[in-house]
Each structure stands twice: as structure tokens, then as C-alpha cells.
Design a protein around this ligand. Sequence first.
Ligand SMILES: [Fe+2]
Ligand SMILES: [Fe+2]
Length: 180
Amino acid sequence: MITINKKVKGYYMQKDEWKNDSEYCAIVADLLANDTVKKLANYKQHHHSTRLEHSLAVSFDSYKIAKRRGLDYRAVARAGLLHDLFFYDWRTTKFDLGSHAFIHPRVALRNAEKITKLSPIERDIILKHMWGLTLARPKYEESVIVSLVDDYEAVHEFMSPMKVKYDNLKNRVRRISVSK
Ligand SMILES: [Fe+2]
Ligand SMILES: [Fe+2]
């Protein structure tokens, strides 16, 4: 089982929620045990999260939504975890063939195909997750969910530590005014 550093209290604790869902854990167990997927922990994604933490958050939150909507939540959980399976720093690596938004879903799909068999929905989820920045429209509702959750997580991961800092500051100010 992968352990996530509890660097920022409150933030990563929330991110461990997926470990309490036994069905989710069973769906992604083989992927989490895979060395290629584990390597995602070595890459920074959105300032305050590793690519593995980000992928788990996208996967688990999308899984919960898909399950509630009676969709293929297994495909959503697995492809959500694999949607950013690439190994370069997107801030510094540039490509002649196109933007990072265009290239990395294709790289992720190729890497994912090397470690597991993908269904048509899983392929579409990985390939179209940058919908909005790229023109290719998702074919399935499952792909739309992962794409929207991916956007949400990017903002959330960037903002969460700031919120924790703000809450700590607020508590300190409250304690000072109570003790006066
Ligand atoms: Fe991505
Ligand atoms: Fe992503």
C-alpha cells in the first residue's frame, strides 16, 4: 500500500479517504502495485501535490460521481488513475509536435496500454481528459466526468495548503483575542 506524506495536516488526511473504500481499493489494487504507476510519486504535479496524489484524487472523486450516476465507475477509477501516466516535468519539457495539453494524454495512453488492457471507455477517458484545452470531444459521460474532476483537482491541490495556512492563522488570531 502506498503511504502519502502528511506534510500539510488536513490536506493529505483528506486525500487518504480512498483507502477506506474497499471496492475502490480492489478495482485499482493491481495498478497501485505496478512499478510504472508507483513512479508517479517522484513527479511534482501542481506545486503541492505529486502526480500520484493528483491521479488518485482524480480517480477516486470521479469514481464516486460515476457510481452515483450509475455509470461505468470501474473504467473511471482505473483510467482516472492512469490519465497522467507520463514521466517528464511539464513545466520545463517542450515538444515540437504540439503543446503539453495535446501530447501528454497520448503519452499516458501509450504507457497505460503497456501495463493493462484498456476498454474503449478507458481509452477515451485518458485521451480526452484535456477536453476544453484540446478540441477532441469526449465520447462518453465517463470521460466528461474525469475531465471536469481533473480541472477541479488542479485548482483544489493548488489552493488547499493556502487554506490550511489561512485556517491556522485565523485560529491563532482567535486564540490571541480570547486570551486578552
Ligand atoms: Fe493531464
Ligand atoms: Fe491530471
